[in-house]
Design a protein around this ligand. Structure first.
Ligand code: GLV
Length: 377
């Protein structure tokens, strides 16, 4: 077994273990991937201040995220198709997160259903929602999340329509995955994946299965999104959602100070600064670039979470320095799951925690809750 001590190692293992169509769905972004690259580049461009002769014999990593205790300032973000990266992927991800003591957010576009994840863990999890044209479907999903004792609802607002990820149609990405002449060689070289996922039990959208039957069995993610997602949604719908979901509400996909003020005025519990991992508006800014202006705009009234390019504990520390309460991982989660299942996710979380702990110490800081811009040059 090779030594795995970075998210890049897990990514490389994932690349070798799952079909290209699935790997590239996670690994790539929209159009020319300018924004995808900016997410990474702008994080890398930030420079820490090394501080010395400070007592750093112990670090406190615990915090709260959307009011929930977390053993580090990190949550597993909602990712589509997770159960195609590893059999029962969402259940395994939720289990690893629970054992680690951080929140797990299940995507509407998951393979394992809300009920599957409920059965896999004891504690609460978060559920991510898209608003659909058919509001009765949203009501049904919200009711299912409530029955499953989800502790927060995360409404994704940056996908009224979908940005094109050019690889997906070229790779013939289909749900459920299909064996074709074109991908036969690729799939034959990933026999464990084929056995467990291609011929496994859970291979399609667990939350949508019934509805998809009624809508003619659409097979691609983009077809489903174009047909079902509601492009008319405005801030008014927050009120509608609030009347059905009295619990915690997080808005994901804010990338502008003005939108952050509107979200805050709508009374949401937290916002996630996100450009959907560079998968939507290409040419938009990186998330780390807009984080400070969003934090200023909400002026402590609303908690700010962060995602987009987080691949290390150092990245988490940079986001905390610029005012985020915590981060979400998407790609890093999917790589680790594809690489080694639940053990892989646990490994990724351990790597991120150690990197964060050591970087905290080397910047002369002991508590994730007191990180400020002082750790940056
Ligand atoms: C779904 O949310 C995606 O980005 O593919």
């Amino acid at each position: 077994m090779p030594i795995v001590n970075s998210i890049a190692d897990l990514r490389e293992l994932a690349r070798r273990r799952i079909p290209r169509a699935i790997f590239e769905y996670a690994d790539h972004g929209a159009y020319d991937e300018v924004t995808l690259q900016r997410n990474r580049r702008d994080l890398e461009a930030l420079t820490f201040r090394q501080r010395v002769m400070v007592d750093v014999s112990s670090q406190s990593m615990t915090t709260t995220l959307a009011g929930e205790q977390a053993t580090m300032p990190l949550a597993i973000g909602p990712t589509g198709l997770t159960g195609l990266f590893h059999a029962n992927g969402e259940m395994l991800g939720a289990r690893a997160a629970e054992a680690f003591g951080i929140p797990f957010c299940l995507s509407t576009m998951s393979i394992c259903s809300i009920e599957d994840v409920r059965s896999a863990i004891k504690g609460p999890f978060w559920f991510q929602l898209y608003l659909m044209r058919d509001r009765s479907f949203n009501e049904e999903l919200v009711a299912r999340a409530r029955d499953a004792q989800c502790s927060a609802l995360m409404l994704t607002v940056d996908m009224p329509i979908q940005g094109l990820r050019r690889r997906d149609p070229k790779n013939g990405l289909a749900i459920p995955p299909r064996l074709t002449l074109k991908n036969a060689l690729d799939i034959a070289s990933k026999p464990t994946w084929a056995l467990k996922v291609l011929f496994g039990k859970r291979r399609t959208f667990g939350n949508l299965e019934q509805r998809m039957k009624n809508t003619g069995g659409l097979t691609t993610l983009s077809q489903w999104i174009a047909a079902q997602f509601d492009p008319t949604v405005t801030w008014r719908e927050i009120e509608w959602l609030r009347s059905r979901w009295p619990g915690k509400l997080i808005i994901k996909g804010v990338l502008d100070a003005e939108d952050a003020r509107l979200a805050s005025a709508a009374g949401v519990d937290a916002i996630v600064v996100s450009n959907h991992g560079g998968r939507q508006l290409d040419g938009g800014p990186s998330t780390i670039f807009v984080l400070p202006e969003v934090v200023d705009a909400v002026a402590g009234r609303t908690e700010v979470l962060f995602d987009g390019g987080v691949q290390s504990g150092q990245d988490i520390l940079k986001a905390l320095a610029l005012g985020a309460r915590g981060c979400l991982i998407g790609k890093a989660f999917l790589y680790s799951l594809a690489a080694m299942g639940e053990e892989g996710v646990t490994r990724a979380l351990q790597i991120l925690r150690e990197e964060l702990r050591i970087s905290l110490a080397l910047t002369g800081t002991n508590d994730v809750r007191s990180v400020s811009r002082d750790v940056l040059r």
